[in-house]
Design a protein. Structure first.
Length: 280
């Protein structure tokens, strides 16, 4: 009986998702448009912002991590590839976390499946990530042609066509984390400030600024590698930056982490979603 009930609930959820999928697309489009609505450059910031971050951080950290490091071919591109995945995870989970509070007035008046709000926040950030890839292509071409920071050594291969694999995995992983955070933030507002500290720490706890090979302490390497975000960044770098196929064990670990994260997020959200409106 319990199995039949679970199957019916799953089928109902799928039908509801199909019914409101157009609304999800509209909410995603609205979030993309609103992000840069009052800025002069508009959506062009999706290209300019990661470029400016790369320039500033390259100037600051290239002398520390980039020069003379045999594991880095071109430090600015190395930095850019890591920052793209990190920024998506950080921004998407943060926006999903506050999505209920920002849409509280609508949630109290109109019935819509509540997961639409964190999902639309995550998907709109994913759209920005996709647009930022065009900036990455431009940066790669620039350093390859000019040879700055050993850019002449950059190589491209057919493995770059697999760039979407780590992107999809980090999307799934971020969705699970975002669903959990969106529920917790309704009950505990301090989560927003705690998560800001956590994501800031992640910038230094995963190899974005430095290659993991530069760490010589075994337990620190273990802590870094157990973080699923490490797998997604390294997989993305393998195919885009190093021109090689990503490690199979890393793919398996990243996939399992993404699926487990999503399952936990769905379970937590399903149990608490009906009570959310009473705490907004």
């Amino acid at each position: 009986m319990s199995t039949n009930t679970s199957i019916k609930n799953a089928n109902h959820s799928v039908e509801m998702f199909k019914k409101y999928k157009n609304l999800l697309l509209e909410l995603t489009r609205k979030n993309v448009n609103l992000k840069y609505r009052n800025s002069w450059l508009g959506i062009f910031w999706s290209f300019l912002q990661p470029l400016l971050n790369m320039i500033v951080m390259s100037v600051v950290f290239s002398g520390l991590f980039g020069r003379g490091n045999k594991n880095i071919i071109c430090y600015p591109v190395f930095l850019f590839t890591g920052r793209l995945i990190y920024e998506f995870f950080s921004t998407s989970t943060r926006q999903a976390m506050v999505s209920f509070r920002h849409n509280a007035a609508i949630i109290k008046k109109v019935y819509v499946p509540k997961y639409m709000y964190p999902l639309s926040s995550i998907f709109s950030t994913f759209v920005n990530l996709a647009m930022s890839l065009l900036c990455l292509v431009g940066v790669w071409i620039f350093f390859k042609l000019t040879g700055i920071s050993n850019g002449h050594d950059l190589e491209i291969s057919w493995h770059a066509l697999l760039f979407f694999v780590p992107m999809i995995l980090v999307l799934i992983f971020s969705t699970g984390v975002g669903l959990i955070l969106s529920v917790l933030e309704v009950y505990f507002r301090d989560i927003e400030y705690i998560w800001q500290v956590v994501t800031r720490l992640l910038l230094y706890m995963v190899p974005i600024l430095y290659p993991v090979e530069s760490i010589t302490t075994d337990w620190i390497v273990y802590v870094i590698k157990i973080n699923p975000l490490y797998s997604y960044i390294e997989m993305f770098r393998d195919v885009v930056f190093y021109g090689q196929l990503f490690n199979t064990n890393m793919l398996i670990y990243g996939t399992v982490s993404a699926v487990v994260s999503l399952l936990i997020g769905v379970i937590v959200f399903d149990r608490k979603s009906d009570d959310i409106v009473y705490h907004l």
